[in-house]
Design a protein around this ligand. Structure first.
Ligand SMILES: C[S@@+](CC[C@H](N)C(=O)[O-])C[C@H]1O[C@@H](n2cnc3c(N)ncnc32)[C@H](O)[C@@H]1O
Length: 262
């Protein structure tokens, strides 16, 4: 089970194993279509549109009750980031959307323009790990009263005017991360997805998770530690070597953890 198939980079590699069957799941319909096109005519590939937090039901609809492996490659894909219309990037102007699954109704614009200040502070603290977001939230509240936030570019410019840039990180980075996590309920979905993956694994089956920020990695690490049915294979997370980071800077913050079902 490739629980986050995206454009199918990992699935392509897994499909090289002879006789293997891969279920490629993604919440993003466009990704599922892309992967479907990429593997059209490949016998062992089945694309499924849905969230990994519903993995068990989705697989049981396909008549499957156990699998040899589950892979999670969390976060946003390059395709989603580079498509301004999806609203994930502060570098590309577009609507403040950020939904992985466009069948859902909650968008980043709705959160920013309608949630109470305490709720905004909470998501910026918890999901962006921003230490003192109150000043920014106050300014957001003032601004949205006269002009709602609708575009990523507008929000990024607004935040840049309020927060001093430290190092190479754009001041909007953590606010965008927090909004995306809230829109997609990413941490709840991850907890539920991990539990379902553990339940689906055969004896000797493997769970592999690649995460991109400390909130996700902490959840994965704790989950593996607390699972008596799993043997942890990575005492420390595996990170990309410098030679890979040079060519794929996005792999800089990737951490891979793996476990095997007893
Ligand atoms: C980093 S990308 C995966 C890239 C993929 N491994 C590849 O080789 O192209 C992460 C993907 O996870 C998807 N995703 C995020 N949350 C999800 C969830 N709860 N269930 C299923 N897919 C999800 C996103 O839509 C995105 O396509």
């Amino acid at each position: 089970m490739d629980a986050t198939v995206g454009s199918g980079g990992h699935s392509a590699r897994i499909l090289q194993v002879s006789g293997v069957k891969v279920f490629g799941l993604d919440k993003d319909e466009q990704a599922v279509e892309r992967a479907g096109r990429r593997f059209a005519g490949v016998n062992g590939f089945v694309a499924i549109h849905g969230g990994f937090e519903t993995m068990k039901d989705l697989l049981s609809q396909a008549g499957i009750s156990e699998v040899d492996g589950v892979l999670f490659d969390l976060g946003v894909s390059t395709e989603q980031l580079s498509d301004g219309e999806r609203g994930f990037s502060f570098q590309k102007d577009g609507p403040l959307d950020m939904r992985f699954d466009r069948r859902e109704t909650l968008t980043a614009a709705e959160i920013l323009n309608t949630w109470r200040p305490e709720e905004l502070e909470k998501i910026f603290c918890e999901y962006g790990e921003i230490k003192r977001p109150r000043r920014v939230v106050k300014a957001l509240m003032q601004r949205r009263r006269c002009q709602p936030f609708l575009r990523t570019g507008d929000l990024a410019t607004f935040l840049s005017g309020l927060i001093r840039r430290r190092g190479r990180k754009h001041p909007a980075t953590l606010f965008f991360q927090a909004l995306r996590i809230a829109v997609n309920r990413e941490l709840e979905c991850l907890r539920s997805g991990l539990e379902q993956a553990r339940a689906l694994l055969k004896k000797g089956g493997r769970l592999v998770v690649i995460s991109f920020h400390s909130l996700e990695d902490r959840i994965v690490k704790q989950f593996l530690r607390q699972s008596e049915e799993l043997i942890v294979l990575t005492r420390k997370p595996v990170v990309a070597p410098w030679s890979v980071v040079c060519y794929h800077p996005e792999s800089r913050s990737a951490k891979l953890r793996a476990a095997e079902k007893k």
